[in-house]
Ligand binder design. Sequence first.
Ligand SMILES: Cc1cc2nc3c(=O)[nH]c(=O)nc-3n(C[C@H](O)[C@H](O)[C@H](O)COP(=O)(O)OP(=O)(O)OC[C@H]3O[C@@H](n4cnc5c(N)ncnc54)[C@H](O)[C@@H]3O)c2cc1C
Length: 430
Amino acid sequence: MAWDFSTEPEFEDKLQWMRQFCKEEIEPLEVLGLEYDTLVKVVKPMQEIVKQKGLFAAHLSEDLGGQGFGQLKLGLMHEILGRCHISPLVFGNNAPDSGNAELIAIGINETGREDQREKWLNPLLSGQKHSGFSMTEPEVAGSDPKLIRTRAIKDGDEWVINGHKWFTTNGSIADFLVVMAVTNPDVHPYQGCSMILVPADTPGVKIIRDVPTMGEPHVEFGNFGGHSEITYTDVRVPVENLIGFEGHGFRLAQERLGPGRIHHAMRWIGQANRAFDILCEQSLSRFMHESYLAEKQTVQNWIAESYAELTAAKLMTLQAAWKMDTYGNKASRLDISAIKFYGAKVLFNVIDRAIQACGALGFSSDLPLEAMYRYARAARIYDGADEVHKVTVARQVLKNYERKDVLTEYGPLRRQAAEEKFKDILLELT
Ligand SMILES: Cc1cc2nc3c(=O)[nH]c(=O)nc-3n(C[C@H](O)[C@H](O)[C@H](O)COP(=O)(O)OP(=O)(O)OC[C@H]3O[C@@H](n4cnc5c(N)ncnc54)[C@H](O)[C@@H]3O)c2cc1C
């Protein structure tokens, strides 16, 4: 199988522009600690520039009304955006808005419900509205989504939703929420769950809090990136708010998560590259015991291992992206799961080494490393915990093998077979 990760020179020009724009215009905002409302105003003119460049909300495929960059190009873009947590907002493809837009677009494509484009999709793509994806529930394991308890019952021309969710990212700033609920408890959950659009100000929607996390231990309610706990009590929305067809919730989730994981993994590489830059700069700059850190073998090992891991993670992710573009989501499941846990580990390793090389400074908030480290820990949990993806990889890999009474490589058997195969020549020679 030949792989091709090359992109045309015109696209490389776009990437080069993005690198410069993110570094010079967006990254300086990081250190100002702006409130969400102020941040939104400050980035507005930047979003206009990105729109003029044709790079805003570029994630949808052509058949869904997007620019059809494909996952490989999107991956390369996300590597650049991953350096700074504000960049995806400026480029209109921050999670979960980008994934939710994709869900709604797929739903419109399947059902032909064009009314949803004007009402939900376009405001999301233009950055006018923000959304949350409300699936995980505190009472049951998110790793086993068959256990979802939130119920939506059809009552006349309305859905009535009851349930308890948490970790709905951006829930407290969202204009609307995509809620995963059981709509038919009589069939297997994979056929009985649906996604429903719920305006955040619908009576019965209660955003209880933004959960304090390792990322934001002293979280303030209503900031970008908060993870909300939400109760839905007799929440009524029109039946037209269903995304796609009833019972297609899990199918839609699978469609959405594949590309999302490529984008996550490439953003992690962007983030880890930044930590790697700090590691290298510090190694050349810090002097002790008669030499610079860069001259000490342990630190050289850190640099070499980080370089190799980053290169491997990037190539694995680009290969997965290329496979998705070439063969589709389903054929790329193994590769997507592999990069999900491998990329999260590389991100963590590189940041950890950079912190160690910087000593107390690395532990302090004077460098971005400590925040990166806290956020990186979550990468092993969200979008499927490491263990879940390892199960997928192992299962897919094992499909290529079969159970044996005696292992294929068992020497005595191989010898017996070889003796049989070459018996004539062996007889002749001996
Ligand atoms: C920063 C962040 C943002 C998030 N954003 C969203 C969001 O926007 N919307 C949303 O709905 N959810 C969101 N989540 C929730 C996330 O999807 C869940 O945390 C995740 O699916 C795991 O579910 P859980 O937390 O219930 O852990 P559980 O399912 O209870 O799992 C606990 C642990 O069990 C282990 N485990 C699981 N399966 C296996 C296995 N087969 N073998 C061995 N061990 C196993 C894993 O180590 C796992 O961490 C977010 C989470 C985080 C941390």
